[in-house]
Design a protein around this ligand. Structure first.
Ligand code: PEP
Ligand code: MN
Length: 371
């Protein structure tokens, strides 16, 4: 990382009200120092302005605004500092088992929504390999819309099959981690990329634990989160902070974003995917951005066009459900594609190449164009 703003520069300004007393100013400064361990400088002219230096992401501006004498709190740098392009201009590129994710690369993640049986998993894995995926979905544990729905096999058996999918295809595998107690078993089984599902995107203990590691993480967009909340979760994994906001490590810089739409009033599609989020997030963050045409549309008949749309908008790849027999799937069969996966991937690569061919940049300058 090459941040272009140092930790000692002001990252937040607290504007005191006209008539605020020196004691009130002192109290604010003490609170910032005591609660967040940050340094302040104070400029007194007609009104008083307090500059907060250091990692101001940890400051809860609502608490500070409530203090007597405070007029307003202004963030100079985004709260999601580590994930922000203001601090890191170049696209981050992450490499896993020879596969590159981010920058000008188009990377496709695909495979069955969940492991159901050994033969279903291996057939779907082979179909995905043949279709041309770069990273294979090997999901042993599932967070579902309803807890009554299929949630995967017993963990040990699921991970054995996940490892067999990896060995059989030679592809790196991605798998969703729901329960922190399973982390070691996931890593021992050879899971290459850990997915944080939409339902866990704000689960701080999980984000904190992943920030201690280097294993790449796919962070889905929580379907009740706005963009800033999503990027804050990403930045938190990268920050290496503990629950008290103290720096206890370097953080995990290998975060991949995956957009999948939010809950909307429209029930004709599964989730509301706003295509303008793609160039916007590219402009705001340097992290690789994938999108998920399966979970956003919820319908295999829509997946193909939605995938092309995401790529045209600047996504650096996509993740989708591929099943050897979608009609029999225990999980999300309606949105899974079968043999057509190969066509979708090869057309996607052609669209990506065509964008570059006509001078529409697919790397960092997508972001510049979106500004
Ligand atoms: C998934 O990718 O299988 C999944 C459950 O997605 P999401 O967390 O976005 O709902
Ligand atoms: Mn699914």
């Amino acid at each position: 990382m090459t941040p272009n703003i140092t930790e000692t520069e002001r990252q937040m300004i607290i504007h005191m009200a006209a008539g605020a007393t020196p004691e009130q100013t002192l109290r604010v400064v003490e609170r910032i120092q005591r609660d967040y361990g940050l340094r302040c400088d104070t400029i007194v002219s007609e009104t008083t302005v307090i500059g907060v230096k250091g990692i101001a992401s940890v400051v809860d501006e609502d608490r500070i605004s409530e203090l007597p004498g405070v007029d307003r709190v202004i963030r100079i740098t985004e709260k999601f500092k580590d994930a922000s392009r203001s601090f890191h201009h170049e696209d981050t590129v992450i490499e896993v088992g020879g596969v590159r994710i981010g920058g000008g690369h188009l990377t496709v993640f695909g495979g069955p929504c969940a492991i159901e049986t050994e033969s279903q998993a291996l057939d779907s894995a082979r179909m995905s390999l043949e279709a041309g995926v770069d990273v294979l979905r090997a999901f042993v544990d599932k967070s579902r819309t309803s807890p009554y729905d299929y949630r995967g096999l017993e963990l040990g058996r699921g991970l054995e099959i996940a490892a067999a999918m990896k060995a059989d295809t030679g592809l790196p595998i991605v798998s969703e981690l729901i329960d922190l107690r399973h982390l070691d078993a996931f890593l021992k089984a050879g899971v290459d990329i850990i997915q944080v599902g939409a339902r866990s995107a704000q689960y701080s203990p999980l984000l904190e634990e992943l920030s201690r590691l280097e294993v790449p993480v796919v962070l889905k967009h929580g379907f009740g989160n706005d963009m800033s909340e999503w990027l804050c979760s990403a930045a938190y994994i990268m920050s290496g902070l503990d629950r008290e906001g103290r720096s206890v490590g370097h953080g995990n810089q290998n975060v991949i974003l995956c957009y999948r739409g939010i809950k909307s009033f429209e029930s004709a599609t599964r989730f509301g995917a706003d295509i303008s989020m793609i160039p916007l997030v590219r402009s705001k963050s340097h992290l690789p951005l994938l999108a998920d045409p399966s979970h956003s549309s919820g319908d295999s008949k829509l997946v193909e066009r939605v995938a092309y749309g995401f790529i045209a908008a600047g996504a650096q790849g996509f993740e989708f459900d591929i099943h050897s027999n979608p009609a029999e799937a225990l999980c999300d069969g309606k949105q899974a594609v079968g043999r057509e996966a190969g066509r979708i991937i090869s057309n996607s690569r052609a669209i990506h190449a065509m964008l570059a061919g006509v001078g529409i940049e697919t790397g960092a300058s997508v972001a510049v164009a979106a500004k």
